[in-house]
Design a protein around this ligand. Structure first.
Ligand code: UD1
Length: 419
């Protein structure tokens, strides 16, 4: 059933929230549970559309999947070498990184090309060339990527770009190979560290995660384990940005503050006051945001592309003009035409957006067409005067758990309604 959010904006948000578990850490951890034939228990697994899509793939591969409240148990006693077809990969573009774990366990894998994406092309060349460097033979049979890993060997992989998904794929690919797999120019995102810790909790030997060279020493067998993935730094950043936009004060609990440093430093530039504690960050904002001269997205620890739309929504009401440069995805400003329906003045050319802040946004009917762009529309609606309707809630549900309850808990007027 399709749903929409109805938001009455213009209210300051005040209160405390507990951040959810990270989607982008949990997805590869679920994929990595194929590496063992024993049960794996994932604690505090978030209930999200993307997680459901990954679990559909796991079931398709023969895994048993069971939720007990927020705890998820996955057991992949045997792996069925079914083709993962496009109805499954189409729902989750990042499904490509499951190739590494299937190959490591079975030495064969078949997956439909994940295709394009609303925020850009999302090519998979780095995944493919990385696996080829481990002697996997790869052929494309009418859109199905067929991988033969019968001669797969540990080796050195040089990534041309520090891709998060390719690094994760290769870490999983190397986990059960004889010898040491070295990933050079690896992504350094905290989610990579989390995956390494998970593989090690299963008895694996991964070192260097969080740095540019990750070493994976293969082991004969991995065992089951219980693991709690890291907190969601992008959700934390989204709630902080919402309050920077609406005014008010928020304490986000259960986070690892250094994970959000790239975002909090930028939010400070908008005039918000931020105090960092052991596992929480408090943000207070009392006036119209200040503009940011130039904000560029980049790989961790720089400002993340997954927070770019939400910050743009904050800057839409700034007392001056800001520039955002998107360096990771070529088509990530689609949501700006929706913000414009509320009165935002944003000009986009290629990967650069110029935002002329306006004093007020006004409620409007808005269409979310991707996850983080959808979050930006919610932020815009929360600080707009009057009522907004946000359609395309299914995109937002891919990554935000209990969004409307969380926002209502800090004073927002937001309702989910069936269409
Ligand atoms: C992950 C995150 C996503 C985030 C992104 C960048 C997950 C599930 N998703 O996506 O939310 O926005 O990191 O932080 O963790 N590229 C290639 N060839 C490839 C692979 C990637 O050219 O084979 C390019 C992409 O088009 C993009 C850039 O590299 O321009 C970054 O992509 P990557 O780091 O791979 O992102 P994902 O792992 O897909």
């Amino acid at each position: 059933m399709q749903q929409k959010f109805i938001i009455d904006g213009g209210k300051p948000l005040i209160g405390e929230i507990e951040v959810q578990t990270a989607k982008n850490a949990t997805l590869p951890i679920i994929a990595a549970s194929i590496l063992t034939d024993e049960p794996v228990r994932i604690e505090k697994c978030p209930h999200l559309k993307d997680i459901d899509a990954m679990l559909d793939i796991m079931r398709h591969l023969g895994a048993s999947v069971e939720f007990d409240g927020d705890n998820l148990t996955i057991c992949c006693r045997d792996v069925l070498l079914n083709v993962i077809n496009s109805d499954l990969t189409g729902k989750l573009r990042s499904s490509i990184f499951i190739l590494g774990s299937i190959l490591s366990r079975c030495r064969q894998a078949y997956i439909s090309h994940p295709g394009g994406c609303e925020i850009g092309l999302r090519p998979i060349d780095l995944h493919i060339s990385g696996l080829k460097a481990l002697s996997v033979k790869i052929a494309d049979d009418r859109g199905v990527i067929c991988c033969d890993g019968s001669e797969m060997r540990a080796g050195v992989v040089n990534l041309d770009f520090a891709s998060v998904g390719a690094t994760e794929n290769l870490m999983m690919a190397g986990a059960l190979l004889d010898g040491e797999t070295v990933i050079v120019n690896a992504a350094r995102e905290p989610e990579i560290v989390d995956l390494a810790q998970f593989i090690n909790a299963m008895g694996g030997r991964v070192s260097g995660a969080g740095g540019s060279v990750v070493r994976v020493t293969g082991v004969k067998k991995l065992h089951g384990c219980t693991y709690r993935p890291m907190p969601d730094r992008i959700c934390a950043g989204t709630y902080l940005a919402a309050v920077a936009a609406t005014g008010g004060s928020i304490t986000v609990n259960g986070i690892i503050p250094e994970h959000v440093f790239g975002m909090t430093e930028r939010l400070k530039q908008t005039g918000a006051r931020i105090s960092v504690h052991k596992n929480s960050v408090r943000l207070t904002a009392s006036e119209r945001p200040r503009p940011i001269h130039k904000l560029e997205t980049n790989v961790y620890p720089a400002f993340p592309t997954d927070m770019q739309p939400q910050l743009c929504a904050v800057l839409a009401r700034a007392r001056g003009s800001s520039v955002i440069v998107e360096n990771l995805f070529e088509n990530r400003f689609g949501y700006t035409t929706e913000l414009a329906k509320m009165g935002a003045t944003i000009t986009v050319k290629d990967r650069v957006a110029v935002i002329h802040g306006v004093e007020k946004l006004s409620g409007a009917a808005l269409n979310a067409s991707d996850l983080r762009g959808g979050a930006a529309l919610v932020i815009g609606a929360l600080c707009a005067e009057g009522r907004s309707t946000v359609y395309g809630v299914e995109h937002i549900d891919r990554g935000y758990e209990y969004l409307e309850q969380t926002l209502a808990g800090i004073g927002a007027s937001i309702k989910r309604v069936d269409i």
